[in-house]
Design a protein around this ligand. Structure first.
Ligand code: FES
Ligand code: FE
Length: 431
């Protein structure tokens, strides 16, 4: 059934000029635009749910969000990954309040309706009080219609008729494999899921991970000095770094320096890594590019950092706030001490108090805090770097431009505008 539409859609096409590289700040601040994002950007898109390593036996579950919709991800009795709206069909309370765990049933703590791993309503206290016509078969959990995974990353979509996940990733999969496909064993999760709240619109983070290497030299200058072996900071070498930036037609983006000697961190992970084997498996272009240093976003709100094994989702929490959920993933083939080194490296740099993460969060909150004024909102923002430089470079799939470019940002907002101006499946009755 079609969700109720409380407000007619507003035409946002004038707010984003992706060809000219201009974005109006209302896309970050307006409540009505935000509500429209939930139904036109999040509801129809493939959204990241969890890593496959979080589920090993029937009943293992993890609770998360798709947009602002709470969902439970679990393995049913046939070990199939399924996802349900985490909201009781009786009066709407969550049927699972734990972050993760293992169970046989999801029992609502309000009046006690209970659902099995297949989402069926299997127990109703005082059922005799309901009329003959009450059919428990009609009151199961609402199921996410499509759940699929790509190399251990589980995605779901509310779209009843989606483009298949692999197809929607397109060339982005080639870049993702630089993190996910180091050998046949794939990746596993180390540690728990870090969660923190940032004042800032979710797109500020998502677009930055898609497109913005430009901030690194300025925003992260002090952090880079800390990591520099000489203590002076590698500023010059970084400022003049060359690299490429992928801008996908579905709004995905990835940027990475290109260098024949790109390496993981200088310690344990680097020593353990067999770069020759990786060249054999992934090819020189990937090992010298997206394997290590880089950042990426799978549209709309899943991002990752290959060198850290950091994967994260920017959960929208209103126009002004996001909740960051971050995992560290490692190669399953890594021995314990290498896994631990990678976990600590990620924590120090991109954990919630990591030296780089703090810089980024500060920027997003700064932009958000000053973006509400009437005049402020009439001044468009600049996304023109690298305008016209997009091309097929013959070495990296799809359209790429320079490392310092807004190309993937323009692609991100072009996709956003396309979805925001297209009625989703649940609006089709309106046409
Ligand atoms: Fe869940 Fe009443 S709200 S049993
Ligand atoms: Fe950053």
């Amino acid at each position: 059934r079609r969700p109720a539409e409380l407000a007619p859609a507003i035409d946002v096409s004038g707010l984003v000029d992706s060809e000219g590289g201009l974005v109006d700040r209302a896309v970050f601040t307006d409540q009505q635009i935000y509500r429209q994002e939930l139904r036109r950007v999040f509801a129809p898109s493939w959204l990241f749910l969890a890593h496959a390593d979080q589920f090993h036996k029937p009943g293992d579950f993890f609770t998360t969000y798709m947009g602002e919709d709470p969902v439970i991800v679990t393995l049913d009795r046939n070990r199939r990954v399924r996802a349900y709206l985490n909201s009781c069909r009786h009066r709407g309370a969550r049927v699972c309040r734990a972050d993760y765990g293992a169970t046989r049933n999801f029992t609502c703590t309000y009046h006690g309706w209970s659902y099995d791993l297949e989402g069926k309503l299997v127990s109703v206290p005082n059922k005799a009080g309901y009329p003959e016509s009450f059919d428990t078969g009609e009151w199961g959990l609402v199921e996410v219609p499509h759940v699929d995974s790509y190399r251990g990353l589980i995605f779901g979509t509310w779209n009843p008729d989606p483009v298949p996940l692999r197809e929607s990733l397109g060339d982005m999969a080639w870049y993702m494999d630089a993190m996910l496909d180091h050998d046949d064993q794939g990746t596993v999760v180390v540690g728990g899921v870090h969660k923190w709240v940032l004042e800032g619109n979710w797109k500020l983070a998502a677009e930055q991970f898609a497109t913005d290497w430009y901030h690194v030299n300025m925003s992260h200058a002090s952090a880079l000095m800390v990591l520099s072996p000489t203590g002076k900071g590698p500023k010059d070498e970084i400022v003049h770094r060359t690299g490429r930036q992928y801008a996908g037609p579905n709004g995905h983006g990835a940027g990475f320096p290109v260098h024949p000697k790109n390496r993981f961190d200088a310690g344990t992970v680097h020593q353990w890594t067999d770069y020759a084997a990786l060249r054999e498996r992934l090819g020189d272009a990937r090992v010298e590019g997206p394997l290590t240093n880089g950042h990426a976003t799978v549209f709309p709100n899943f991002s990752y950092l290959p060198v850290n094994g950091s994967i994260r989702i920017w959960h929208p929490k209103g126009p002004d706030r996001m909740e960051v959920w971050a995992w560290t993933i490692v190669d399953k083939s890594m021995p314990p001490e290498v896994r631990e080194a990678q976990r600590l490296y990620n924590l120090r740099t991109f954990g919630p108090s990591g030296i780089f993460e703090q810089d980024d969060g500060e920027n997003w909150s700064e932009v958000q805090a000053v973006s509400h004024g009437f005049v402020t909102n009439s001044v468009p923002l600049n996304y023109q770097m690298g305008l016209g430089s997009e091309r097929d470079d013959g070495r990296h799939p799809g359209t790429t431009s320079e490392l310092y470019s807004d190309a993937a940002g323009r692609a991100f907002y072009a996709r956003w505008r396309e979805l925001m101006t297209t009625p989703a499946w649940h609006e089709e009755d309106d046409k």
